[in-house]
Design a binder for this molecule. Structure first.
Ligand code: GDP
Ligand code: MG
Length: 163
């Protein structure tokens, strides 16, 4: 049986980088500049022997009249409602921000199953953020480096029993 995984979190934590790694084609734009990606993007993911659908909540970086907070809430809720499992990503280098806490609130209310992922986890610069991540109250964070492909087997181990 297959499942749908939504990757959610504030802008710039590395959601599209993970999406691209899982889908293996550059379907989602990765860019530091605002205004390059839009709304939700769906792809066929492969991770080990698992095949599943992955949703990237792009569109947060878009410039519109709607406030960033409003857009984050709307797009995140849409993605979560489409998904069976929700991958909530934070930036381990930045630690837990107020925006991350807002996301945690949204997710706690709606989601079925939440996997907390602390991305940009390569190197010592991420150590403090890994500890801080527990304060979100979503359990043990999974340390990942979407860019360098570190922690992907740990992600597979977490997803396997849910598939
Ligand atoms: P999104 O806005 O959440 O989709 O984030 P992106 O995937 O567009 O990534 C934002 C920035 O973070 C880009 O410059 C990426 O190259 C960078 N990035 C993504 N993953 C990692 C990682 O594991 N480590 C580091 N150091 N940078 C990363
Ligand atoms: Mg993105």
């Amino acid at each position: 049986m297959s499942f749908t995984l939504a990757i959610v979190g504030r802008p710039n934590v590395g959601k599209s980088t993970l999406f691209n790694r899982l889908v293996g084609k550059r379907l989602a734009l990765v860019d530091d500049q605002p205004g390059v990606t839009r709304d939700l993007r769906e792809g066929d993911a492969r991770l080990g022997d698992l095949r599943f659908t992955v949703i990237d909540t792009a569109g947060l970086e878009e410039v519109t009249d709607e406030s960033l907070q409003g857009r984050m809430r709307r797009l995140t809720e849409r993605a979560v409602d489409m998904a069976d499992i929700c991958l909530f990503m934070i930036d381990a280098r930045a630690g837990v921000t107020a925006t991350d806490q807002l996301f945690a609130e949204i997710l706690r209310k709606r989601s079925k199953h939440i996997i907390l992922v602390a991305n940009k986890g390569e190197g010592r610069a991420a150590d403090a953020g890994m500890i801080e991540a527990y304060s979100l109250g979503l359990g043990e964070p999974l340390r990942l480096s979407a860019e360098h492909g570190e922690g992907m087997s740990d992600l597979l181990s977490v997803l396997m029993p849910l598939a």
